[in-house]
Design a protein around this ligand. Structure first.
Ligand SMILES: [Zn+2]
Length: 465
């Protein structure tokens, strides 16, 4: 077998859809596993979709997923291949496989009934010449079936009689996507077309074009549609679908690509979180399940948390960097303290599910005053909060400044008030960190020091009285 050539062919739209990310990974893996090549093709024939920054966005998104520029040929641009598109159209017309048609949609409806049932072949033998407003239609066979070979779906068969004579070039001479896409695949020697399920219905038409142009059609693979929790196809209006948004929120690339590969597939054994090397070894496009795949954001989030917890602390610290400065961090840059952050990092690492959460979880250590959450304050500062804070100021004044000692003293305060530790520490936590939930309290106090702790306790007491 010759080595496969596959392609990833996004349209530049200003955002990189998670479904596209999955297609890119599938194509890349298929090429790598079979010693083949991956081609990146930008389908940019719509002139309004031709912004250079969007193309850079695609290249950056691929790199984020691990598909660096040395992993593919290209980018090629569909707009640079219009000469070949036109030649193909001309060949089909010259061979009698396509004909001009001047019917409007209303003309067709008038002939076929009150709804559009597809084109009726009216102009097939009228012998119209090219002219303004005359579209070129591909003449589909009246009989037989078109069987496509699909690695995921077997051999779906389409009745040719149900496929209308479809337009391949508009009245103004511009070619349709259906044809441009096929001609580009031919030009680039594509052997396997791996793409999303929504293109399946185009496949028999495209295969007819391959055959009519005298080239062996590719092997197809239509990966399942990605749906939300209501089983609706992911949509950019309804769902969070932009890879860049996940990236900006602090999803790790390795978690994202692991998760994307689980849409319709699972590695061996009872595991889901696996190193990329395992995926690369075990993944088989043929094993992808054809039914719709649920893109479960909650699960992805949990996945990401697991990936974060598995990082070495040093690595975690480095990955936090983007969120420790402008525009994310609410503290003045000069108040950031590397040592303090390093001391808090291991505590924080087990408590963030996405990296952007790091900012709020450590802000108490770097803000002049804690950012007090009103609901937390109202909840924690009830009787006997003032008495607890007073006792804490007293007890903390001379306690050896370790988490363990602070805990022991705080427990003792609780005993005096008949409270468990959790209730006792609530007003202390809100006074020092501004919130009812966060990092382990006594370790946090140990890190920020006696002076700041006492200062905040006193200020909270002042606010209470
Ligand atoms: Zn017609």
């Amino acid at each position: 077998m010759t080595k496969p050539r596959v392609r990833f062919a996004p349209s530049p739209t200003g955002m990189f859809h998670v479904g596209g990310a999955r297609s890119a990974l599938h194509n890349w893996l298929y090429a790598r596993q079979h010693g083949g090549a991956l081609v990146l093709r930008i389908e940019d024939t719509d002139a309004s979709r031709n912004r250079p920054e969007w193309i850079e966005g695609i290249i950056r998104a691929l790199a984020w997923l691990g598909i660096d520029e040395d992993q593919y040929e290209g980018p090629y641009f569909q707009s640079a291949n219009t000469g070949e598109h036109t030649k193909a159209v001309e060949r089909l017309r010259a061979a009698g496989r396509a004909y001009f048609c001047d019917c409007t949609r209303d003309d067709v409806i008038a002939r076929t009934g009150d709804s559009y049932k597809g084109y009726d072949g009216h102009c097939r033998d009228r012998g119209l010449e090219a002219g303004p407003g005359r579209a070129l239609r591909f003449r589909t066979p009246d009989e037989g079936t078109t069987v496509v070979v699909d690695l995921i779906r077997g051999k779906p068969a389409f009745e040719n009689a149900t496929i209308e004579d479809f337009v391949i070039a508009r009245g103004d001479g511009s070619v349709l996507f259906m044809l441009a896409n096929v001609v580009d695949d031919m030009t680039q020697g594509i052997t396997h077309v791996i793409r999303a399920e929504e293109h399946l219905s185009n496949t028999p038409k495209q295969q007819m074009l391959w055959e009519a142009l005298g080239v062996q059609p590719p092997i197809w693979a239509h990966v399942p549609v990605v749906v939300n929790e209501k089983r609706q196809k992911l949509s950019k209006r309804r769902d969070k679908v932009a890879l860049e948004d996940y990236q900006a929120e602090g999803y790790l690339a390795e978690a994202m690509r692991n998760y994307l590969m689980l849409l319709g597939w699972a590695p061996s054994g009872d595991r889901e979180i696996v190193p990329w090397s395992v995926i690369e070894e075990e993944f088989r496009l043929e094993d992808v399940h054809p039914s719709p795949a649920f893109f479960d954001v909650k699960k992805l989030r949990a996945f990401n948390g697991e990936y974060i917890r598995a990082l070495p602390v040093e690595e975690f610290v480095e990955r936090c960097r983007p969120w420790l400065g402008a525009p994310y961090a609410p503290w003045a840059p000069e108040r950031f303290d590397e040592e303090v952050f390093r001391a808090l990092a291991p505590l924080a690492q087990t408590r963030v599910a996405v990296m952007s959460e790091i900012t709020a979880i450590v802000d108490f250590a770097f803000l002049e005053e804690p950012d007090v959450d009103e609901a937390s304050w109202n909840k924690a500062m009830k009787e006997p909060a003032a008495a607890i804070l007073t006792a804490a100021v007293e007890a903390y004044a001379d306690v050896p400044w370790t988490a363990e000692e602070l805990k022991t003293r705080t427990e003792a305060i609780g005993v005096e008030h008949g409270l468990k530790l959790g209730k006792t520490q609530a007003p202390i936590r809100v006074a020092v960190t501004g919130r009812t939930v966060g990092l382990p309290l006594f370790e946090s106090l140990q890190v920020i020091g006696r002076e700041r702790t006492l200062d905040r306790l006193r200020k909270a007491l002042g606010a209470l009285s």
